[in-house]
Design a binder for this molecule. Structure first.
Ligand SMILES: Cc1cc2nc3c(=O)[nH]c(=O)nc-3n(C[C@H](O)[C@H](O)[C@H](O)COP(=O)(O)OP(=O)(O)OC[C@H]3O[C@@H](n4cnc5c(N)ncnc54)[C@H](O)[C@@H]3O)c2cc1C
Length: 298
């Protein structure tokens, strides 16, 4: 069984920064594992600009930001294991990994969990009706459009006007699709002002506040949604062929849920709390990495 002083799960902005900082602090036996084939986490699918203002002093796209982080990683002796899904972490400080070469176990002294977050899906909402094709979470839609260049639909309704919803609304518009409405339960947008101005205002995308989706129609493909006005209770049928949900992110801590709070476990990035900016996830990762790394220097 392989042994390491520090195991980091997740090679997004937080995990890479944690690994580099732990190395800089003097720890020389670090393994960084990720289920994806490349480092960067969510960043490679975020092709828009708006990353790295505080870390690099300029606005970068997600993929370039990821490249810069990955370059820093190659300057260290951190052992990066891409294409490894961590299946379990046990109380006796062992992680079980699955990859194309089969299963492997790694024993560690300290663990930094940097597994990011997952999206709330339509299943988490109280929405009646069928569950046909044509419903995507924002992150799924972003990956399919930006990384695989798939066409998801033409007449789009987006539920949720946070940063993800706004960025997706602009993406669909730039792809020549019609965003019929971004529906928001609050009376104001949820994301940062920069995204509102650049994504919604600049592209004249209609937002409808105090609205939610109550029912989904269609089978096998979505044909429309029933929209509720949360103030008057009025219902309206909005025909569409695609529904994208951008209704919140949940820190991903499933791997350690049953472990309690062991002294050897640390969290960094979106799995600790959801960070609006990659710089902030990276900064937290670096702080945690520096602390844990210095504890491990013999
Ligand atoms: C659509 C979108 C747009 C954004 N736009 C901006 C922006 O304009 N500017 C900005 O600064 N920030 C933006 N952000 C925020 C920023 O990208 C994130 O806060 C930050 O990148 C999160 O980094 P992370 O390392 O915590 O998580 P992630 O990048 O999600 O990395 C987590 C990693 O853990 C891996 N992993 C999870 N579970 C396992 C497992 N069991 N085994 C192995 N590996 C596992 C995943 O594969 C992933 O690579 C945006 C985020 C999104 C989703």
């Amino acid at each position: 069984m392989e042994r390491t002083e520090l195991l980091i799960i997740g090679a997004g902005a937080a995990g890479i920064s944690a690994a580099c900082a732990a190395w800089d602090a003097g720890c020389r036996n670090i393994v960084l594992a990720d289920r994806l084939p490349c480092a960067g986490g969510i960043l490679p699918q975020c092709v828009h600009e708006g990353f790295g203002l505080s870390a690099f002093g300029m606005e970068l796209t997600g993929p370039i930001y990821a490249e810069r982080l990955a370059e820093r990683l190659t300057l260290t002796g951190v052992r990066f294991l891409p294409g490894r899904e961590v299946m379990a972490v046990t109380k006796d400080k062992t992680a079980v990994l699955s990859g194309s070469g089969g299963m492997e176990e790694i024993r560690f002294e300290k663990l930094i969990l940097a597994t990011g977050c997952r999206e709330r899906s339509i299943g988490a909402l109280h929405v009646a009706g069928t569950r046909p094709a044509g419903i995507f979470t924002a992150g799924q839609a972003q990956e399919m459009i930006n990384l695989h260049h798939w066409e998801l639909g033409r007449r789009i309704v987006i539920l949720g006007c946070g940063d993800l919803g706004m960025i997706l609304a602009r993406r669909f518009t730039l792809e020549g699709k019609q965003v019929l409405a971004v529906l928001e339960q609050n009376a104001h947008p949820g994301g940062i002002a920069r995204n509102y101005h650049r994504c919604i205002e600049a592209h004249h995308i209609p937002i409808r506040y105090r609205r939610t989706v109550r029912e989904i129609h269609g089978m096998p493909r979505i044909t429309g949604v029933t929209v509720e006005d949360l103030d008057s209770g009025e219902l309206e049928l909005l025909p569409c062929d695609t529904l994208v949900t951008a209704v919140g992110l949940v820190p991903e801590r499933e791997l350690v849920r049953k472990l309690g709070e062991p002294h050897w476990l640390f969290l960094a990035g979106n799995c600790s709390r959801v960070h609006e900016l990659a710089d902030s996830a990276a900064e937290e990762g670096a702080k945690v990495g520096r602390y844990v790394g210095s504890q491990l220097v013999k």
